[in-house]
Design a protein around this ligand. Structure first.
Ligand code: ZN
Length: 439
């Protein structure tokens, strides 16, 4: 069972070469499960027992299912993110080099480990804005072939390469596109050909590099999975699966997957935006509730913010706190930070741990070393617009933000089981300090 779920995660990642493709794939799976699409620009009709989703910018998505009875109106939410560190192609996309070399002009998106992007087949995925009559339409585009490589400098020309390297993104990280056969304007021509449109019809684009290295299940005992973008597509998929199967007749269950986590979430579709609040307020109105009902519902709500966590590194165990550290294949990680970079507190940890314990799902606890800063995630940001009890969780992995990340083969199943139990357990919050877990 856990192997099948791990394969589903890897399959989902391969169908998601960009955040736009991830949202398209999530939409496809939601529709197959009976969720109806709502557009933000149209009036929403929402009913008890109904299941719906909406997207913003084509790169963030929120789905919700309204309980049939709705006798304990509140929201039980999971959140994750669908973007990953990569390189974005600049608007003036080509750089002419010596001897006919053609390179793509890119800039970094998020905090990637640069060296891991070198010497491996890369391609392009994203969206292109195409003029069709009086309309400008967004078209998904992903090249399903090896198109680019960022070549490293031979060790003979860079003898110090193994002594700690520095990478300049304007100099060292530009991908090679042609050795001379492709003339000027080839990049644009390539996009137009692939889309089957005239070059002049292309008015804009958001195109990113993606790694072509195939995911793998590996190890002498097949204990590991490796793939691009496990952070955070592993959580985006496992929470989606839990949302689809985790029905709850009493409340509203919500699945949110945000773009732009890797660049601080401060965009119109990011976790800091009004997106979640707008969706919750509109479904509140659609169900005939008023502002007082909304505030009461939010006060009784709970969010599980899902973003991958760090497993102990085999070569560098000293990088993690000796006790508050986590291991692959040992279950869901609950993350703590005294300064609240992670939102987890005693209450939210207790509630989530209680649900997992009842479901037989192992949980482990993480805090950064007290002398290191660590990363940040979604929970504390979305709380600024919609404030509810929140726990920050994730799955343990190695090499976060590498172009090829590694995780445990068993943990995806643990997340599916833990979050399914979370959705199915009706959390009845009588005040901010008392919780009843109804099955
Ligand atoms: Zn992440």
């Amino acid at each position: 069972m856990y192997k099948e779920t791990a394969r589903e995660v890897l399959d989902f990642i391969q169908r998601s070469p960009s955040c736009f493709h991830a949202v398209a794939e999530i939409s496809r799976q939601l529709e197959a499960a009976g969720f109806k699409r709502l557009r933000e620009t149209e009036k929403w009709l929402v009913e008890k027992g109904g299941a719906y989703y909406t997207t913003r910018n084509g790169s963030s998505l929120i789905a919700f299912r309204v309980g049939r009875e709705l006798d304990d109106y509140h929201f039980q939410v999971t959140s994750s993110h669908c973007d990953s560190p990569t390189f974005k192609v600049k608007e003036m996309a080509e750089v002419k080099g010596k001897g006919g070399y053609l390179q793509l002009n890119t800039e970094g998106y998020g905090g990637m480990i640069c060296s891991t992007w070198m010497d491996r087949p890369l391609s392009l995925a994203g969206r292109v804005l195409v003029r069709e009559g009086s309309a400008i339409t967004s078209r998904l585009l992903a090249f399903d072939r090896d198109l680019l490589i960022i070549p490293s400098v031979a060790i003979h020309m860079n003898r110090n390469v193994n002594d700690g390297a520095a990478y300049n993104k304007q100099v060292d990280m530009l991908p090679l596109f042609s050795a001379g056969e492709c003339g000027e304007n080839s990049y644009r021509r390539l996009l137009a050909e692939e889309l089957g449109v005239e070059e002049e019809a292309i008015l804009g684009s958001d195109m990113y590099l993606y790694s072509r290295t195939a995911p793998s299940i590996w190890g002498a005992a097949e204990e590991f999975i490796s793939s691009p973008k496990l952070d955070d597509l592993q959580c985006a998929y496992t929470s989606l699966k839990a949302m689809i199967q985790g029905e709850n007749d009493h409340c509203v269950t919500v699945y949110a997957c945000f773009d732009n986590e890797e660049v601080g979430s401060g965009t119109k579709q990011g976790a800091c935006s009004t997106f979640l609040r707008d969706v919750l307020q509109r479904l509140n109105a659609g169900l005939g509730f008023d502002g007082e009902d909304y505030c009461r519902a939010v006060a009784g709500s709970f969010m599980v913010s899902c973003d991958n966590a760090h497993a102990v590194h085999p070569n560098h165990p000293e990088k993690t706190d000796g006790e508050n550290c986590t291991w692959m294949n040992k279950g869901i990680v609950v993350k703590f930070s005294a300064n609240q970079k992670y939102t987890t507190d005693g209450i939210s940890s207790a509630v989530f741990s209680g649900i997992c314990r009842d479901a037989g799902v192992p949980v482990q606890y993480f805090a950064n070393r007290s002398d290191s800063v660590g990363g940040s995630t979604l929970g504390n940001l979305s709380s600024q617009k919609v404030s509810m009890h929140t726990v920050d969780v994730g799955l343990p992995q190695l090499s976060m933000h590498s172009a090829y990340e590694t995780a445990g083969i068993r943990d995806s199943q643990y997340m599916v089981d833990g979050l399914t139990a979370f959705y199915r357990t009706n959390l009845h919050i009588t005040d901010s300090e008392t919780f009843v877990m109804d099955k």
